[in-house]
Design a protein around this ligand. Structure first.
Ligand code: CA
Length: 228
């Protein structure tokens, strides 16, 4: 999962980006509205943290320009405390959630998790596929209840595929959503990561669709075993 943080307060931007990075996301940063708008308009993000008070282009304008151009990624806005009108305006132009400053970073992390899972149709913070369980709160993966140690890239890859379970994800889409802007992107490395991930999980939940990409099967719906 790849996120964008648009915040002109450099310390705050660094703090948010670092926390999101530690939580396992690839993170790009922008420090003014124009740069933020441009990145959101041209890159692929799974969610955006957007401050409203920004130089060059204010957050409301950035967001409404994205929405008008059909950019539909979930957006969490950062608002000043007690500015109820900011929140109303933010929601009206297409914000999905907000956090009032000052905030606890844990709240931002929790809201981002919720936005990501809602955007991909999941109701809880735990994603399950067969014996594999991915805990998005703890950033951990279990197979048959046993913890599996993954690198941040492997975790990001599995997390993206499990959030989009049942859908074939192309290699280029993975490249766009797993790496930040500064990363030397190469779609061949995806194959390597998938190979390592399969080995570590010890079970093949990631299917290769030749020429198309990869898919993690959607968990089968629980069927009632009897009618008594
Ligand atoms: Ca600001």
């Amino acid at each position: 999962m790849r996120l964008l943080v648009v915040e002109d307060d450099r310390d705050l931007n660094r703090q948010i980006s670092a926390a999101l990075g530690e939580a396992g996301y690839a993170v790009d940063r922008a420090y003014d509205g124009e740069e933020g708008w441009f990145l959101g308009d041209t890159e692929s993000y799974d969610a955006v943290v957007l401050d409203l008070g920004l130089p060059k282009k204010d957050g409301i304008t950035v967001l409404s320009d994205w929405r008008r151009a059909g950019r539909s990624m979930p957006v969490l806005i950062l608002t000043a405390r007690d500015r109820w009108s900011d929140k109303v305006q933010g929601f009206d132009v297409g914000a999905d959630d907000y956090v009032a400053k000052p905030f606890h970073i844990e709240e931002v992390l929790a809201r981002i998790r919720a936005l990501l899972r809602r955007a991909t149709g999941h109701a809880t913070s735990e994603l399950v596929c067969g014996p594999v369980r991915l805990d998005t709160r703890a950033g951990r993966v279990f197979v048959d209840g046993n913890a599996v140690k993954l690198t941040s890239h492997e975790y990001r890859l599995l997390s993206y595929l499990m959030h989009h379970a049942g859908r074939v994800v192309s290699r280029s889409e993975l490249v766009e959503h797993l790496y930040d802007q500064d990363f030397d992107r190469d779609s061949n490395t995806i194959e390597v990561f998938v190979g390592r991930l399969r080995k570590k999980l010890g079970i093949d939940i990631i299917k290769t669709m030749r020429g198309l990409g990869y898919v993690v099967a959607e968990p089968e719906a629980k069927v009632a075993s009897d009618h008594s």
